[in-house]
Design a protein. Structure first.
Length: 293
């Protein structure tokens, strides 16, 4: 099924598990994501960032491709614009048929973030499209941004932000960062802040920069209320390593076959991650019309 993020994340919030939001740039990755979700009876979100959209995966091509993969399945699949900072990118994805968008105005001051988020929420909601926003700022791991407490999401501001914007999910800053952390470095997350945010907001919360954060951190974050985890760097690295290994083993391998190796490696990684965050087996299709078990 091709759906928005809203209902799947509300269910995840109520039942204390998380849904993977996986960055995707081509057919093979889209197939791996959908096959894994189907095999695990798990909801899933396909993310495409503006940079990925412009370099590899244009909305006009990816929307019909992903709809064709998702609609025959008995598990919910959402297509989400990841970190939509430019209004023109957001509206392009809405027009093309994305089922969800993220408006990321976290680089602006509080009032400007609210103004931009409200504008996107109004536009998207009237079309049945869910909206994720970000408050606080999840920066880049290479710059050490994740440990800047000034970037962390404030509970009082988060309550006001959600009330004024009506966003469906909120990405919070609690100590993670995008990209690759230095070797042997595991971020220290502010779990007390996360617990306070969940109690105050009682809504789906999102963790960006999940790659490299460590299994213990991810499991605890889910237990305390994270319901959507963005995964890009870890998957891309895993897929590349599998393809590199196969090329070393079989240097003359056909292009199509090496792509298949990458797809199979991605599918296995995703299925394992779904188990870790508790989304496997959450969706049981019933002909009575009841979606979630």
């Amino acid at each position: 099924m091709y759906v928005s993020m809203k209902e799947m994340l509300l269910h995840a919030s109520e039942h204390r598990y998380a849904v993977m939001a996986i960055n995707c740039v081509n057919l093979e990755q889209a197939k791996a994501i959908c096959y894994a979700a189907d095999a695990e009876a798990a909801p899933v979100i396909i993310n495409i960032s503006p940079r990925q959209m412009k370099a590899h995966a244009t909305p006009e091509v990816m929307v019909p491709l992903i709809r064709a993969l998702a609609e025959p399945l008995d598990v919910p699949v959402a297509l989400n614009l990841d970190h939509g900072a430019e209004f023109k990118d957001i509206t392009r994805c809405i027009r093309a048929g994305y089922s969800s968008v993220m408006v990321d105005a976290s680089q602006y001051d509080f009032e400007e973030n609210i103004r931009r988020t409200r504008l996107v929420t109004a536009l998207a909601h009237e079309r049945g499209i869910s909206v994720e926003a970000e408050l606080g700022h999840v920066g880049q791991a290479a710059a050490g941004d994740g440990q800047e407490a000034d970037f962390y999401t404030r509970v009082d501001k988060a309550v006001e932000f959600v009330e004024r914007t009506h966003c469906d999910a909120l990405a919070v800053a609690i100590g993670t960062a995008h990209g690759s952390y230095p070797d042997n470095y595991v971020p220290q997350l502010d779990f007390d802040r996360l617990a306070q945010l969940k109690e105050a907001l009682n809504m789906p919360l999102v963790l960006h920069g999940g790659s490299g954060a460590g299994e213990a951190n991810i499991r605890k974050a889910v237990a305390l209320g994270i319901n959507k985890i963005n995964v890009c760097t870890d998957l891309f690295r895993h897929q590349r390593a599998a393809m590199h290994k196969q090329l070393n083993t079989e240097p003359t391998i056909d292009y199509m076959d090496i792509q298949m190796h990458g797809m199979q490696a991605a599918c296995a990684f995703i299925r394992s991650y779904m188990h870790m965050i508790g989304s496997s087996g959450r969706y049981q299709f019933r002909h009575t019309g009841d979606a979630y078990d």
